[in-house]
Ligand binder design. Structure first.
Ligand SMILES: [Zn+2]
Length: 274
């Protein structure tokens, strides 16, 4: 979806202005994924991140109120932007994450108000709330809603790729999943063949993870991905970008299916053109 002409002109002015030194340093020092990218992809990611910082509403919450700096926003936005790099979006003209207007940032783990199943009575789920959480992607209807993040964990995942965990990639993968209005682990795909391929591969890998998780066997994917197909896509996205070599070696069809969707090959960034 294209943005209005005046928005595109405002973006042009923004991106014509060189990035200031502290923001450039924040990307180089705090976003491990950014450092790995070829220079053409770095330039595109900078543009995407700057647009996200400028156009989304960013709110520091709790003790973070009034303390959310432009550098912190940029570190989060750059990670979110990595998911968009290959999706054919023009940072000057395309709407970026059109189903998300607001990013809420807490200093660390926050108390979630989102109900989640805690058990069952008969066949009925029992919902609870008030859990500590590191990130959330809200769906207020038709897939639209804010992303909520713990800054400490957003930074940790950004610096430490080896852990495979990245709460920003996780929550923004949910937002991509929600673009079709539902969180079902299947984002918008280009063709019927892609949908068939996606269902076959994802179902197999999801069942394999569920079995491993039930047995307590460690895998490249976090066992949290066995919670639901929606969580599986978010967890697989984390591993795809954070531990691409390990994921490709352990589940090649899953890696290749994600590479086909994201149109990126993080195990061979040097071959990416963006
Ligand atoms: Zn999730």
């Amino acid at each position: 979806m294209l943005v209005p002409f005046l928005t595109a002109r405002r973006r042009q002015r923004l991106l014509d202005t060189p990035l200031n030194a502290s923001s450039a340093a924040a990307l180089e020092e705090h976003v491990a994924l950014y450092k790995r990218l070829p220079s053409a992809c770095k330039a595109k990611l900078r543009d995407i991140a700057r647009v996200l910082v400028a156009e989304k509403t960013w709110e520091g919450c709790g003790p973070m109120k009034g303390k959310l700096s432009d550098e912190m926003k940029l570190v989060i936005a750059a990670q979110a932007g990595v998911l968009l790099l290959g999706l054919g979006l023009d940072p000057l003209r395309d709407d970026l994450y059109p189903n998300m207007d607001t990013v809420l940032v807490y200093p660390s783990a926050f108390t979630s108000t989102a109900p989640r199943p805690v058990g069952t009575i008969g066949n009925l789920p029992v919902m609870g709330e008030g859990f500590a959480n590191l990130g959330e992607a809200w769906d207020h209807g038709a897939g639209a809603g804010p992303v909520v993040l713990s800054w400490a964990d957003a930074l940790r995942g950004s610096l430490d790729m080896a852990s495979g965990h990245n709460v920003v990639l996780h929550e923004f993968a949910h937002k991509l999943d929600m673009l079709d209005g539902s969180v079902n682990g299947t984002p918008l795909l280009e063709s019927r063949e892609d949908v068939e391929q996606w269902k076959n591969v994802m179902t197999g890998s999801y069942i394999a993870l569920s079995r491993s998780a039930a047995l307590g066997m460690p895998t490249v994917l976090s066992p949290y991905g066995a919670t639901s197909p929606g969580e599986f896509f978010a967890v697989a996205t984390e591993a795809f970008f954070q531990r691409p070599h390990e994921l490709r070696a352990s589940d090649t069809p899953l890696y290749e299916t994600l590479a086909h969707y994201y149109k990126q090959d993080p195990a061979r960034w040097e071959q990416s053109a963006c």
